[in-house]
Design a protein around this ligand. Structure first.
Ligand SMILES: NC(=O)CC[C@H](N)C(=O)O
Length: 306
């Protein structure tokens, strides 16, 4: 690996540690609210499997909405282009759990990375898989080349007991005919996928297929054809950070995805993936330090997709 990357990562990591850690750990999922808020990990992995981490990069955390990318990748490959009849590819410009646009859009979510879109993806998973939870774990373990990836049942239960908005969205979309299965089954699958725990190291490795035109770089097996990988990166760039997607693109310049567990994954196609974890979130629900780190990292390396 290029020694400069290691140096930049270490320098930026150390610099951010000295700065104030602003933001709030979300309190609407009680099992996540008790997380230690000063955790901070970063891991970079490139297409040659060179890997470098800093801080808490080997500690597991709740990947939350980052799981929406794995679910979309699996469903898109299985279902093909007809997927886009049930979910759109436009930025929402609204919070991730907003119900506002669903009525005007007749139950078709703006994109697969807001909660409504991910619920439709979960509904499709239930339709096309016998055992969707097992299938998704298997899919992610294969990408990470690591079987030590599990659901956190406590987090899943905790979220299910408090998923009033997600349940409302799911029922609302069902009234438009865009949810086919039982809403309780959709919510159960959705909350389990959000509860998956991974480390920054596992995350940065498992996203390499999106940096590599859809192929796993370690064995060149196809996860997705190039066109589909390109399209997922495009949706990540325009929709990966909810109503802060423009800001992330403006400051960082990479496709990526955040989760309310404080994780962010960012991808430089043809080159690397980088995962950052810091639980305190800014008002838009994205990791404060995660965004700061990535902004400085791409500024110093001078490499973005632009
Ligand atoms: N942005 C997120 O990570 C949201 C995921 C969270 N489980 C929710 O549904 O509210």
């Amino acid at each position: 690996m290029n020694a400069d990357y290691q140096k930049v990562i270490s320098t930026v990591y150390a610099e951010i540690l000295t700065q104030e850690n602003i933001g709030k750990v979300p309190d609407y999922i009680p099992e996540i609210a008790c997380i230690e808020e000063n955790k901070f990990g970063v891991n970079y992995t490139d297409l040659n499997d060179n890997s470098f981490g800093c801080g808490d990069f080997q500690e597991k955390f709740s990947i939350q909405s980052i799981s929406k990318v794995f679910a979309l990748s699996y469903v898109y490959e299985e279902l093909g282009e007809k997927l886009w009849k049930r979910v759109d590819v436009e930025p929402s410009g609204n919070p991730f759990n907003s119900l506002l646009q669903l009525e005007a859009d007749h139950g078709i979510p703006r994109n697969p990375f807001i909660n409504a879109g991910a619920l439709v993806i979960c509904d499709i998973l239930l339709e096309i898989c016998d055992k969707p939870k097992e299938k998704m774990l298997e899919f992610i373990r294969n990408l990470a080349e690591d079987d030590e990836i599990f659901f956190n049942e406590k987090v899943a239960q905790s979220e299910m007991e408090n998923s009033f908005r997600n349940t409302a969205m799911c029922n609302f979309m069902k009234s438009f005919g865009n949810i086919h299965e039982r809403p309780t089954a959709v919510i159960d699958l959705y909350c389990h996928l959000c509860s998956i725990e991974m480390t920054c190291e596992q995350l940065s490795k498992s996203f390499l297929y999106l940096a590599n035109g859809g192929k796993k770089p370690s064995d060149n097996t196809s996860v997705l054809p190039f066109l589909k990988a390109k399209r997922i990166n495009a949706i990540l760039l325009t929709c990966g950070f909810y109503d802060e997607s423009g800001e992330f693109s403006f400051l960082v310049g990479l496709p990526g995805k955040s989760g309310v567990g404080g994780g962010i994954i960012a991808i430089l196609p043809q080159k690397y993936c980088i995962a950052v974890w810091s639980p305190k979130l800014n008002p838009k629900g994205n990791s404060y330090r995660g965004m700061k780190f990535l902004e400085k990292f791409t500024t110093l390396t001078g490499e973005t997709i632009f």
